[in-house]
Design a binder for this molecule. Sequence first.
Ligand code: C2O
Length: 560
Amino acid sequence: MDIKTWLQFVIVAMVFVASTFPSSVEGRIRHYKFNVVMKNTTKLCESKPIVTVNGRFPGPTIVAREDDTVMIKVVNHVKYNVSIHWHGVRQLRTGWADGPAYITQCPIQPKGTYVYKFKLTGQRGTLWWHAHILWLRATVHGAIVILPKLGIPYPYPKPHKEVVVVLGEWWKSDTEAVINQAQKLGRAPNVSDAHTINGNPGPLSSCVANGGFKVPVDQGKTYMLRIINAALNEELFFRIAGHKLTVVEVDATYVKPFTTDTVLIAPGQTTNVLVNATKKAGKYLVAVSPFMDAPIAVDNVTATASLHYTGTLSSSVTKLVAPPPQNATPVANSFINSLRALNSAKYPANVPLKIDHSLLFTVGLGINPCSTCVNGSRVVASINNVTFIMPKTALLQAHYFNISGVFTDDFPGKPLMPYNYTGTQPNNLATKKGTKLYRLAYNDTVELVLQDTGMLTPESHPLHLHGFNFFVVGRGIGNYNPVTDRKKFNLVDPVERNTVGVPAGGWTAIRFKADNPGVWFMHCHLEVHTTWGLKMAFVVDNGKGPKETIRPPPSDYPKC
Ligand code: C2O
């Protein structure tokens, strides 16, 4: 072999190795640094200091591939305790990196540092990260984009471009002051002053904001929007003037593609949609507005953005779209009922068919006496009438190191005092308090019916489970009937997700397999309800051998 041929051979070999190496089972390591800092923002209605990651709102996007390991060094430069949750990341055996304060870790104190390290296993799609303490997630949040392994295509046509679209809520006043004030009164906090699309409420709102977020598009091309609802307390509708949306993925699981005018997205959820730029030119409004079909106050300001076709004159008028009415239950239902798991040979829906734990959890509000509250009582929330009390030691730590006195594992699997949950309001609205967990053995299968109650008022609750995806096998209005409703469950291609809405005055049934040892939080993703106690946790014991056992905590695990 002459030197030239030899060199060519070496180069080809190097290119080959370079292109195949990252798709090896181990994946790459992706490093990120998150500086939690105050930033004075003038981007919205007025200037105010907010807590941010790296001075950005929304925060930076994490991009990685399936099988990669992500290491995020979080440095806390603010006066608050901080922790960050990687919402929807399964965290197989790495609960130490999950993030909810006092559940899986003590918070990172001011000046403190913690490196979150986890592997992305068996997941690809859009997820997100957010602060998981106090109300800091109002401004401390961002996207996680998990690309498929190298060389593995999407199960839908490859879009020309992808755009992250983070929906949020904005308060003119400091959000910590908003919730502190409400807790003193024992009443609901003020609703937000604006919704935002990538940090911007848009030109049609009363806030001045540099024109709104723009998506530039070329005629004939397809775009994928990775939509994230990072709002604290509101389910949102999403529409684009003159364009259909094809839903291809939710919560980082592929769905059977379907086309719709309107996307419904609850806090915590993510939705990928394809948009074909079928028009010749022009500007088209994107409208984000609240969905609320119960008598509860919401921020009714529509946030707007726009699609801009290349070559459109800046003087051209934006084509408008009317948002659905705030109480458009039929629009919400038709979206929810269209969701089905892709359930292909490559991406099967492995729905548990044999069930070890059949649970019924009521979710709702209540009123407890409160001597320090202005009104002498406070609004609380509960699951099976237990208002969850946050511990002072992280539950995962207490579980792993066998520290007693932090929690009990007697969370009731059924309501202790059954009543007509969606009928007339019972006389006694008081709840019990406790730090109760529900214990599962490794690989136990769970069917969990989440039943809304009419205590105070029926209301839709987006329930989020950490550490797992679950299948949404059924949904209905009124009280769940175990005989007739179970017969109608979809056990073939139910949508798989990590956050699901329990309809106002109705129920949702989910199934999952407890194949992840650790302590896993479950709560309403309306921040106000989490604050009020609509939360609990599952403790999943280790199985057999190291592959079924939680890893030891990292050496920089924060102390309380
Ligand atoms: Cu996105 Cu425990 O939350």
